[in-house]
Design a binder for this molecule. Structure first.
Ligand code: ADP
Ligand code: MG
Length: 255
């Protein structure tokens, strides 16, 4: 069964179709890239899948569940986590605290148990800390653990957002431009981490990304969007060779 199946998704803002009849599916364990010019509708797809927006038409199924019947927090519980094109973190909290917030979907004990700080609560607290430490190690972020997010350079903040999404122990990650604003060295680090996330954690990744070098290195498959519609789906090489995609990126071919 496909991990994510999007069918005939349409969403308009004030009469303008941001996405129009978009269908695609993502297989378990793959890195799936969505490319396309600014305004193509890439972030709108993520916002629909993560249930921030409700589409006008179409269906979204994640691991067989109908996502349109769910609220955003329930989507996280099902195993779908995301990052945003513009980083969204608690600026005045430490890295560690931001990551512990990322665990909130995993809190299972009752308020009564927390009130009395039962052994069960202590065990759970310990499990949360251990998971957060694991993620800090994976993304090489131990040095920043007690720093306030607002004091971190841009690249490190992007990592905190990725780490926070991972702390929810997702089965699928939606990453909106994970490499935008990163320098070449940080981009290389990001590509290794995304590979680890796929191979070591077994997380399926859907990423919107403009850096075609990164997409070429990482993506198993790729979908090109233009004006809210699917132009091509295939391997990165296939999509890059597609005539419609070439025209959208490079302008009309010479007569
Ligand atoms: P991309 O991520 O591919 O750059 P978006 O999905 O952000 O594109 O936007 C697709 C289209 O929808 C654009 O024309 C954009 O202006 C419009 N759009 C996106 N979000 C909103 C919104 N909240 N209100 C009005 N228009 C929006
Ligand atoms: Mg966008």
């Amino acid at each position: 069964m496909s991990e994510l199946v999007v069918e005939n998704l349409t969403l308009s803002f004030g009469g303008i179709k941001a996405i129009n009849d978009v269908s695609f599916s993502v297989e378990p364990g793959e890195i799936y890239a969505i490319i396309g010019p600014n305004g193509a509708g890439k972030s709108t797809i993520f916002n629909a899948v993560s249930r921030i927006y409700t589409p006008d038409a179409g269906t979204i199924r994640f691991r067989g569940e109908d996502l349109l019947a769910r609220k955003p927090d329930q989507v996280v519980d099902l195993g779908l986590a995301r990052t945003f094109q513009n980083i969204e973190l608690f600026e005045n909290a430490t890295v560690l605290d931001n990551l512990l917030v990322g665990r909130s979907s995993k809190v299972r004990t009752s308020w009564l148990a927390e009130w009395f700080f039962s052994p069960e609560v202590r065990r759970e607290e310990y499990a949360h800390r251990r998971k957060v430490e694991e993620i800090l190690d994976l993304l090489d972020m131990q040095a920043h653990r007690h720093e306030l997010v607002r004091d971190l350079p841009y690249g490190a903040r992007k990592n905190v957002e990725l780490a926070r999404a991972l702390c929810a122990e997702p089965k699928m990650l939606l990453l909106d431009e994970p490499a935008s604003g990163l320098n070449p060295e940080e981009t290389t680090d990001m590509s290794f981490w995304l590979k680890d996330i796929k191979e070591e954690l077994g997380v399926t990744v859907v990423m919107v990304e403009h850096d075609m070098n990164l997409v070429g290195r990482l993506a198993d498959r790729c979908m090109a969007l233009g004006n809210g519609e699917v132009m091509a789906v295939g391997t990165v090489a296939e999509v890059q060779a597609n005539a419609e995609v070439l025209t959208a990126y490079l302008g009309a071919p010479a007569a």
